[in-house]
Design a protein around this ligand. Structure first.
Ligand code: KIV
Ligand code: ZN
Length: 560
C-alpha cells in the first residue's frame, strides 16, 4: 500500500430512515446559543488563555449577548477553578447569564467541580463520557454495559453532589462524547439511563448534548442521527436537545444548521470557530447566516472588528481574510464583472427595500464595513471597478467607452506592478491618460457667438508652442470648435461621442466633459474638468486630438 491510499478508510455508516422530516423544514428562529470558548476553545490552544485573557473573553461573550457560557473544566485545571471562583466571588455573572462547567463522569472530579461552583446562583454541570465503538473497544476496553455504567454513575454523582448545594439552581447536562460515531440505539440507551437518574421534567428539563466530537459524515447524516435520537429518546419533553459539532470536514456550521432542522434546540460553539483540530462550530457564522435570511440571530454581531481583535488577542490566532462574513476580503470584489454588477445594484438599491445586491449577501455597513473596501482593483478587474472607484472617490462618471479604455490602461499598470492599484493611482492614470494639463495642444481662451441654432467660435490655442487663432462654426459650440480645429490642422475630425456632467454644487461646482473623436479614421478619447462647461468640452476635444501622441507613463513613474 502506498502512503496516500484511500483504501485505508471505510465510509461512515448512514442512518436507515424512511420518513425523515428535517429536509422539509426551515429555520425560522435562532437556537439557544452556548459558548464553549473558555473551555473547548481554550483547551485547544497552544497556550491556554491566562486569567486576563479569560476575563476579556468573558466580557466579550457577555457583551455579544451569550446567555449560556461554559467557563472551564475546573476539576482539571487550577486556572479554570480560580476563574470560576472569580466569576462567582466578584459577582461577575449578569442575572440572565448562566455559567456551565465541564467534568468527566468520575467521582473525584465531580466533587471538586461542585466546590468550584459553590455560591453560584445558577449553573449548568456538564458531565460526559465517551460512547463510540472505537473508544469503547480501543481506548477503554469496555463493552456497552461498562460504558453505560460509567454514564449512570456520573449522573448519580452529579445528582447527589448537587443536593449538597440547595441554594444553587442546577441544570444537568450530559454528553455522550463521540455521539456521531456511536451506534444510535446505544446512544439513546445511555441517555435514557442518565435521564432515569436525573428525573427531569418539562418544567425542569436537563440538557442532552450530542457532539460530533470528530466530524466524519456529511451534514445530512448528522441530521438523521439527531432526528433519530429525538424521536427515539423516551422523554423528549423533558430535555433540551443540544448539539456540539466540530469542523473536521469543514461542515460544522452546516451540520449544526441541519441538526436544528432535525430538532436541536441548542447549539454549542465558539466565536470564529476556535477549537480542537479544525475547530468548533463557529457561532458567528451560524448567527450571520440567520441574519442574512432576515432572522434575528439574538446576538449583537454589529462590531466584528472588536470580536476579531479580542478573540485574536485571547487565542493568539489570526482570522483568515476569507473567513465567512467577517474576513478582511469578504466584501471586496476584484473581478470586473462582479464589480460591475455591484456598482449597478448599489445604484438601484433603495434604503427602504430588502437588500438586493449581487455578490454582497449583506450590506457591509451593517457590520461596520464600508464600501471603500468593496471594490478593489487589480489586473483581474474590469471597467466596473475602475468606474466605481472614480465615481465614489472623485465624482467622475465616465461613459462606458471611456471605462473600457481606462480599464485597459489600469490593467496594464496593475500587471506591471504585479498588484493592487488604489483609487489614487487609478485617478492619476485617468488624469494622465485622458486629461493631462501639459499637452502640446491646449486651449487659451474662446469667444462664442450664438445666432439661433447656429454657433460661431473664435478660439486661441497653443499648438506646439505657438499661440494660434482658430475659427469655425456649426450647430453647438462643440461642432463649431471641431470644425475650427479640422480647418487649422488639415485633419478630418468628427465627434463620435460626447458626455458631460457636473461635479459638486454651488460655487465649487465643476464640469467634467468626455469626448471621443474620430481623427483621420482613428478613434481617440479625451476628458477635461473646468468650472466652465464650454471650456471643459473644448479642452476635452483638444485632449482627445492630442492623445495620439501621448506617451503613457507607468504607475511607478506617476507615483514618483
Ligand atoms: O467535542 C466533544 O465531544 C466535547 C464534549 C466534551 C462535549 O467537547
Ligand atoms: Zn468539543
Amino acid at each position: 500500500m502506498k502512503a496516500f491510499d484511500h483504501r485505508k478508510y471505510r465510509p461512515a455508516p448512514t442512518v436507515a430512515m424512511r420518513n425523515r422530516q428535517w429536509p422539509n423544514r426551515t429555520i425560522t428562529k435562532a437556537p439557544r446559543w452556548a459558548s464553549v470558548d473558555l473551555r473547548d476553545g481554550n483547551q485547544a490552544l497552544l497556550e491556554p488563555m491566562n486569567v486576563a485573557q479569560k476575563k476579556r473573553m468573558w466580557a466579550l461573550l457577555v457583551k455579544l449577548g451569550l446567555k449560556e457560557i461554559e467557563v472551564g473544566f475546573p476539576s482539571a485545571s487550577q486556572p479554570d477553578f480560580d476563574f470560576v471562583r472569580w466569576l462567582i466571588e466578584a459577582n461577575q455573572i449578569p442575572h440572565d447569564v448562566t455559567i456551565q462547567v465541564l467534568v468527566q463522569a468520575r467521582e473525584d472530579l465531580i466533587g471538586r467541580t461542585f466546590e468550584a461552583l459553590s455560591g453560584a446562583t445558577r449553573a449548568i454541570v456538564h458531565v460526559y463520557n465517551s460512547t463510540s465503538t472505537v473508544q469503547r473497544e480501543r481506548v477503554f476496553g469496555m463493552d456497552r454495559a461498562g460504558i453505560l455504567a460509567i454514564a449512570r454513575r456520573g449522573a448519580e454523582l452529579v445528582r447527589d453532589e448537587a443536593a449538597k448545594y440547595p441554594n444553587t439552581e442546577w441544570t444537568f447536562q450530559y454528553s455522550p462524547e463521540s455521539f456521531s460515531n456511536t451506534e444510535l440505539d446505544f446512544a439513546v440507551e445511555v441517555c435514557d439511563a442518565v435521564m432515569d437518574v436525573w428525573q427531569p421534567s418539562a418544567e425542569k428539563p436537563c440538557i442532552i448534548n450530542l457532539p460530533s466530537t470528530v466530524e466524519s459524515t456529511t451534514p445530512n447524516v448528522f441530521a438523521d442521527q439527531i432526528e433519530y435520537f429525538a424521536t427515539h429518546i423516551a422523554r423528549r419533553d423533558a430535555l433540551i436537545l443540544s448539539v456540539h459539532t466540530h469542523n473536521d470536514r469543514g461542515c460544522a456550521v452546516a451540520s449544526a444548521e441541519l441538526a436544528v432542522l432535525a430538532g436541536a434546540d441548542r447549539v454549542e460553539g465558539t466565536l470564529l470557530g476556535n477549537g480542537e483540530r479544525t475547530g468548533n462550530m463557529d457561532i458567528t457564522t451560524f448567527a450571520m447566516n440567520l441574519y442574512s435570511q432576515g432572522i434575528d440571530p439574538e446576538l449583537d454581531l454589529s462590531n466584528p472588528d472588536e470580536i476579531i481583535q479580542v478573540a485574536g488577542e485571547c487565542t493568539n490566532l489570526p482570522l483568515h481574510p476569507r473567513h465567512p462574513w467577517f474576513g478582511e476580503l469578504v466584501y471586496t470584489a476584484f473581478s470586473g464583472s462582479h464589480q460591475d454588477a455591484i456598482r449597478k445594484c448599489l445604484q438601484k438599491q433603495q434604503s427602504d427595500e430588502p437588500w438586493q445586491v449581487a455578490y454582497l449577501p449583506i450590506d457591509p455597513r451593517d457590520i461596520g464595513r464600508d464600501y471603500q473596501a468593496v471594490i478593489r482593483v487589480n489586473s483581474q478587474s474590469g471597467k466596473g471597478g475602475v468606474a466605481f472607484v472614480l465615481e465614489r472617490d472623485y465624482g467622475l462618471t465616465l461613459p462606458r467607452w471611456m471605462q473600457v479604455e481606462l480599464a485597459q490602461v489600469v490593467q496594464k499598470a496593475s500587471e506591471e506592478k504585479s498588484g493592487e492599484i488604489d483609487g489614487g493611482q487609478i485617478h492619476a492614470l485617468f488624469m494622465q491618460h485622458f486629461v493631462a494639463a501639459d499637452r502640446d495642444v491646449a486651449l487659451k481662451g474662446y469667444k462664442l457667438t450664438r445666432d439661433g441654432g447656429h454657433d460661431a467660435i473664435a478660439a486661441e490655442i497653443h499648438d506646439h508652442g505657438q499661440l494660434v487663432q482658430i475659427k469655425g462654426d456649426g450647430e453647438g459650440a462643440l461642432s463649431a470648435f471641431v470644425a475650427a480645429l479640422s480647418r487649422h490642422t488639415g485633419h478630418r475630425i468628427n465627434i463620435v461621442d460626447y458626455t458631460e456632467h457636473a461635479i459638486g454644487a454651488g460655487t465649487n461646482a465643476e464640469a467634467a466633459a468626455y469626448v471621443q473623436l474620430n481623427v483621420n479614421g482613428q478613434r481617440s478619447s479625451g476628458a477635461a474638468l473646468d468650472h466652465d462647461t464650454v471650456s471643459a468640452s473644448l479642452k476635452a476635444v483638444l485632449a482627445a486630438y492630442d492623445n495620439a501622441s501621448v506617451r503613457l507613463k507607468t504607475v511607478d513613474e506617476l507615483a514618483a
